[in-house]
Write a protein that binds this ligand. Structure first.
Ligand SMILES: [Zn+2]
Length: 205
């Protein structure tokens, strides 16, 4: 979820995951993986702005990191996430080939899986306009510190995989001093940690 007055995001965790995927899918540009991982939230923004999807504070938590109940019944229903991810993957498959399209579609859907772990049960299977369905969410956000530590672990591990792959790529290209790879890895880890820091502390919220 995007950071808002009422709730915060696992956006750093999503980006950390994307960086880790880059390590094994090197033909896929990093920016497209980052976009894929945030795609459901990108579509959420106009729906939130128009009041179709909403966020409220969880009654069991102080406002801040992980304190949101998110009524994103279209973008974050299981069916909605599958459809949006399929569209996203299909568009990129058209330009960059089937393999890359499938990777990007799966990374887009990974957003829903990560959200499923942290959200309180607010993720329906189907949009309510189609049918009533159970709402899912394992609610790790009820333990904000544990959530933050796990999110941080994803950021650090994903950045590490990314950095190691970038070094291998520059070594394969005959570059002895892999400064660029080190800088790229540093940018990924620092931006992930900074985003998570502001998210967790709410200093920008
Ligand atoms: Zn989300």
């Amino acid at each position: 979820m995007a950071a808002t007055d009422a709730g915060q995001a696992v956006i750093a965790g999503h980006f950390g995951f994307a960086a880790g995927v880059k390590a094994s899918q090197r033909q896929v540009p990093l920016w497209s993986l980052m976009l894929a991982t945030a795609w459901l939230d990108v579509v959420f923004v106009p729906l939130y702005a128009s009041g179709v999807e909403t966020i409220e504070s969880a009654p069991d938590a102080a406002p801040g990191y992980g304190a949101a109940i998110i009524h994103a019944d279209y973008t974050h229903s299981l069916l909605g996430a599958i459809v949006l991810s399929a569209i996203f993957g299909a568009v990129f498959a058209w330009f960059w080939g089937q393999r890359t399209g499938i990777v990007l579609g799966l990374v887009s859907f990974s957003h829903w899986v990560l959200d499923l772990i942290v959200h309180r049960p607010d993720l329906p299977l189907l949009p309510p306009a189609i049918a009533d369905s159970p709402r899912l969410g394992f609610g790790l956000w009820r333990l904000p510190t544990a959530s933050m530590v796990i999110e941080l672990a994803i950021v650090l591990f994903g950045s590490f995989l990314y950095w190691r792959a970038a070094r291998e790529t520059s070594a394969a290209a005959g570059v002895i001093h892999s400064t660029r790879a080190d800088i790229a890895g540093a940018v990924v880890v620092v931006s992930g940690v900074v985003v998570l820091f502001f998210d967790y502390t709410g200093l920008l919220g």
